[in-house]
Ligand binder design. Structure first.
Ligand SMILES: Nc1ncnc2c1ncn2[C@@H]1O[C@H](COP(=O)(O)OP(=O)(O)O)[C@@H](O)[C@H]1O
Ligand SMILES: [Mg+2]
Length: 234
């Protein structure tokens, strides 16, 4: 879709018409000095769909997520997120549309409430209403365990005596992504390092968090892959 001045443009109506929330077109990439990870790779995720991305370790799944976020420049190709084209839009414009849960989520040395509020990058964490934080935690299946902590939402994770489990940290990271309320949800191996009970709780959180959202879910556990509408192996 090109405007009169030759630049690409996309109105809200056009976006709905093609219904593709994420499109990777002929992307090629390899790290400097490393092997080629992607050559003319294509991927389309229709709006509201959940696509699971699978593949052996080292294939480039996490790299794919980082390319979407513009952490590395591609050798060639283009990425379109919600009508925002990587060749034209600033990286910040694309990134703004994505809520990302990295493979190893990082928790800051501040309260759990603030750790969740951080997801709303446009608002100072202290200005995010508590109701919003709790609502996100509920979707992420985190509210119950947070409430049971000695200082509840004011608990600072990682302090001696209240170290959180992998699954609990994962669910805080999911709440952080949920509160962002971005159109695209990007999750990297959210259940890879969890025991069975945590896996169940995180899968349940993912299932709720992905509802009505365009989701790219890098996953290798069968139970997580099963949540997806489509599976793409790379
Ligand atoms: N920052 C980096 N610099 C150089 N090589 C990297 C970097 N990150 C990952 N790699 C390499 O790129 C390949 C793909 O890594 P990654 O995307 O993490 O794979 P996956 O998530 O599928 O396990 C691996 O061989 C890895 O060692
Ligand atoms: Mg990875």
């Amino acid at each position: 879709m090109y405007g009169e001045d030759g630049t690409e443009s996309c109105t809200e109506a056009e976006k709905e018409a093609h219904g593709e929330a994420v499109r990777l077109e002929k992307i090629s990439f390899g790290y400097e000095g490393g092997r080629q990870l992607f050559s003319d790779f294509d991927l389309t995720v229709p709006e509201g769909q959940c696509v699971a991305i699978t593949g052996e370790s080292g294939r480039g799944k996490s790299t794919l997520a980082k390319l979407l976020l513009g952490f590395y420049p591609m050798h060639s190709g283009r990425i379109e997120v919600e009508g925002c084209n990587s060749n034209i839009c600033p990286i910040s414009g694309l990134r703004e549309k994505i809520a990302y849960v990295p493979q190893e989520p990082y928790l800051f040395g501040v309260s759990i409430a603030e750790n969740i509020a951080y997801g709303k990058s446009s608002v100072h964490p202290e200005d995010v209403p508590m109701e919003e934080i709790i609502a996100a935690a509920k979707i992420a299946n985190a509210h119950e365990f947070i409430q049971k902590l000695p200082e509840g939402y004011q608990t600072i994770p990682g302090e001696r005596g209240n170290t959180l489990s992998g699954g609990e940290r994962q669910r805080i990271a999911i709440a952080r992504a949920v509160i962002r309320n971005a159109p695209i949800f990007l999750l990297d191996e959210a259940t890879s390092a969890l025991d069975n009970e945590s896996e169940r709780l995180v899968n349940d959180a993912l299932n709720r968090a992905c509802k009505g959202r365009t989701t790219l879910m890098i996953a290798h556990r069968e139970s997580t892959i099963a949540l997806a509408d489509e599976v793409v192996a790379i």
